[in-house]
Write a protein that binds this ligand. Sequence first.
Ligand code: NAG
Ligand code: NAG
Ligand code: NAG
Ligand code: NAG
Length: 573
Amino acid sequence: MKALGALSSLLVAGPPLLALGAQIPFYAIADQAPDTARVLEERWNFDLAPSPNATDNYIFETVSSLLQQWPNTRYRNGHNIVPVTIPVNTLLYHGTWHKEVPSGPEWVATDPEHSYLFCRAHEAGKGCWHLTLAVTRPLNVLYFDGSSAAKMQGCMDSQDLIAWGHVERKRIFDEWNRIHDLCAWGKKYNLDGYMRMEPNFEIMLCDFTEGVEVVSFLNLVGRHVERPLPPLPRNVTEPQDDEHLLAIHRVIESGHTHNHFPGETRAQLDLTRLVSFYDTDMFPNLIESRYNQERFFHRPASIGEDGRQRLLQRLDEVLTTSQPSGSGVDWTSLIRVVKHRYADRLEILRYMLNKTENTEQTLRDAHVYTQSILPQYLRNGVRPDNSSSTSVQWASPIFEECASTHTRTVRGTLYPKLTYSERLILSSVDGTLREICRVLVGIWADGVLKLELTEATALDPGAVVADWSARINDLTQWLDWSEWVKCRPECGFEETCYIPTWPWLRGAEWPKQPGKPPREPPRDPGAVRAEDLTLKWDRMCGWVKDFTLDDEEDDWSRPQPKCVRRIFPYNDL
Ligand SMILES: *[C@@H]1O[C@H](CO)[C@@H](O)[C@H](O)[C@H]1NC(C)=O
Ligand SMILES: *[C@@H]1O[C@H](CO)[C@@H](O)[C@H](O)[C@H]1NC(C)=O
Ligand SMILES: *[C@@H]1O[C@H](CO)[C@@H](O)[C@H](O)[C@H]1NC(C)=O
Ligand SMILES: *[C@@H]1O[C@H](CO)[C@@H](O)[C@H](O)[C@H]1NC(C)=O
């Protein structure tokens, strides 16, 4: 199968989106050129698969996942920066050891289970302090997607590119300077803060006296006492204390309430001003750094100096745009419609084709099922014109209807009103629909040829099932929708389905031992020399290992869902 390389820019319709000269506004895009016959012929060619460097699938899936815990725990390295508004009366929480409203930037949680982890007494019996704020005017916040508060390599690339101009591994835990530098940078745009995610969402709030008022500031039963200095690693042979485990599980639970769409609804996205590191026109350097890399390892860090200039200039445009901007298209719903129409059905079709016995019936069942997904596109009279040809190109009018109906009007009358960011999202929706329809209509048309027009004796159903199964598997891998990431078998009532997330990665508090499996706590903890530890202070969990993804430890680097207990006795996270 040919790859749609140079053609990918044609697929998104119109001239290249960006003129990269520094003085040209990035979102001044020339109007669409009319499609030529050749472009159309290539666009609806069943043999042209997306280029391996195309990012429509990533843009579609990351935009679809914004503000949701589940997909952003699986893929930690964020690739979008989006302005959000926090509406009035939203409560924000801050846990601390003393009764003092922060005079500078500090962190607030959107759920109190999260902030309570930081409600720590300095002395046993004195209790801790928990501040509750309410938003009094819409807060102007910039959201970094992914697990952007996880102190792991890759998670904070986009913040650090803004704050420091580059990404430095040894500054992963430098949260204090990060928040101060981001707040200083955002002053000129009247940004009130930055939204990030770890086991739940948080906001780096730049000013506790602006746009918020104190609802309460309570002295609570703060059982937890700050760890003494100098630090020691937790002795993992000692049982975790129950109260701490309960607090951790309540945080995980509160984060899980935002797992799936609509996610954390207290932040309202402005997709007309989204910036994506999967934008290949704006960040061409990243094409090469992603090449042959699994999505888990995609990082914005290597955008290069020119890429960073474009990022800052684009953010400057985005943050100085008068609002509301854009076409009024509800992109969130459009993307949802696509997912609703295909997420379950593709999963079912994949399941139907993954059978080993009774293949002729499997083939017929899969074919009528596929046809039943597509009836609104099956134009009357579109039939194979030559029964001895194996080409399915005769079905291209059906492919085209399937792939372009949802965006035809956006591509037409609404197009001039679209912002640069909307055009990027539009391309990703079109590229995603094109690939879904290329595969589905391709299978359907192949079935017409094979099941209706081929002599039964000439049919090798096993081979056809294997072929269709491979096509659906490739498609679902390319799309990689988080809807398909589940615990199998489903968890029992006493359990919850959990994707390992920082800082609760099993075994992570111990350094890797040469020649020993890294998940095992060392047999002789006393033998671990302090200088071997790369321990860093973290406000949530005290002293933790500086995680490195050099380990090929699967549930660190490629997080997968698993069932963990949600009531006593807890098992390892
Ligand atoms: C994809 O990107 C890689 C790395 O830049 C490049 O070598 C390759 O030719 C590209 N492939 C296509 C089909 O554009
Ligand atoms: C396909 O079937 C095999 C064997 O029954 C099973 O292990 C595998 O998980 C199935 N794959 C899918 C995608 O259902
Ligand atoms: C049908 O297709 C076959 C194979 O592509 C070709 O050899 C034949 O000439 C075609 N017949 C007609 C009538 O177009
Ligand atoms: C860790 O705890 C166990 C059980 O309390 C104890 O036997 C062991 O000596 C401790 N190890 C260290 C290094 O403190």
